[in-house]
Design a protein around this ligand. Structure first.
Ligand code: AG3
Length: 282
């Protein structure tokens, strides 16, 4: 493949994902990472951080809807929500679709991610002026430690892979800090990478173990497609203090008064089904 293609090579260099591009429209080294934006032939714009795909115009709705709606329709009355990472504001937009949500905080370490998203993915940032939306740019781990105990109903961890700046977000200590910051019915959800990349060092299994060790009684992995990420199949793992995660507000999800392109009550129910091979890992 030549310069007309963007390629992300996956670990062990035995597989890769490519998209034909019209060109690279932006590249910079921020204080935290390298950020590039490409104009692709058929996926709209693409943001890559340190060479890893973060999102494309065409398919980010899959990931962002599944990071926001299942957890918000599982909590019985989510009013205060925190997003750790999520600098592109795609998750934030989905959270703000819920009328009952009164206050959302997005704690992103790299302000440049948000600024570039405003420029190249304006549709994801269309709700940024909503008076319920609040932005903190800095270390999300310290920020959650400084949060009043019990303040949030839901915490969404929308991070990059568990290397570099995001490594500390995949730890028991961080889950415990989130546990402190959550109210008694609190729920946390984390993006947990691809179920098909699972090896002996299973990220999903470790997430479940660490969540239990951090004091959550329930944890559940949901799966969904995401073509631009490694293997094309992705997951998020929800952890709950008291709420069983198989039961969600199905009637509310079915009657949601806002548009979605992937999420529905049926899709939510389907995503809760754990394929046998994944059951074995967890
Ligand atoms: N969050 C998940 C990115 C992980 C992709 N990994 C990779 N391409 N190797 C992205 C942020 C979307 N809001």
């Amino acid at each position: 493949l030549d310069d007309n293609w963007f390629t992300e090579i996956y670990p062990e260099e035995s597989s890769a994902f490519s998209l034909r591009i019209r060109g690279r429209v932006h590249a910079e080294q921020s204080p935290y990472q390298s950020i590039s934006i490409y104009e692709t032939a058929t996926f709209g714009y693409l943001m890559a951080i340190d060479g890893c795909v973060m999102l494309s115009t065409r398919d980010n709705f899959l990931y962002h809807e599944m990071m926001a709606h299942p957890v918000l329709f599982t909590h019985r009355n989510p009013r205060r929500v925190a997003i750790i990472g999520g600098g592109d504001c795609g998750t934030l937009r989905e959270v703000l679709r819920h009328d009952g949500v009164e206050e959302v905080w997005q704690a992103e370490i790299d302000q440049r991610v948000t600024e570039l998203s405003e420029q190249w993915f304006p549709e994801l940032c269309e709700a940024n002026e909503d008076p319920r939306a609040n932005f903190f740019f800095g270390d999300g781990i310290k920020w959650i430690q400084d949060t009043d105990p019990g303040y949030f109903d839901v915490i969404i961890i929308d991070s990059t892979d568990p290397v570099g700046p995001a490594e500390g977000l995949f730890t028991k200590d961080f889950y415990r800090d989130c546990h402190m910051a959550l109210g008694e019915n609190g729920l946390m959800v984390q993006q947990t990478e691809s179920p098909l990349m699972e090896g002996p060092k299973s990220i999903i299994r470790k997430a479940h173990e660490d969540m239990k060790a951090a004091g959550y009684h329930h944890s559940k992995t949901l799966v969904f497609p995401q073509p631009v990420y490694p293997t094309g199949w992705w997951s998020c793992t929800i952890a709950g203090k008291v709420t069983p995660l198989e039961h969600f507000r199905e009637a509310d999800a079915g009657a949601r008064p806002f548009p979605t392109r992937y999420y529905s009550a049926d899709v939510h129910r389907g995503a809760l089904a754990t394929p046998p091979f994944l059951q074995d890992i967890i």
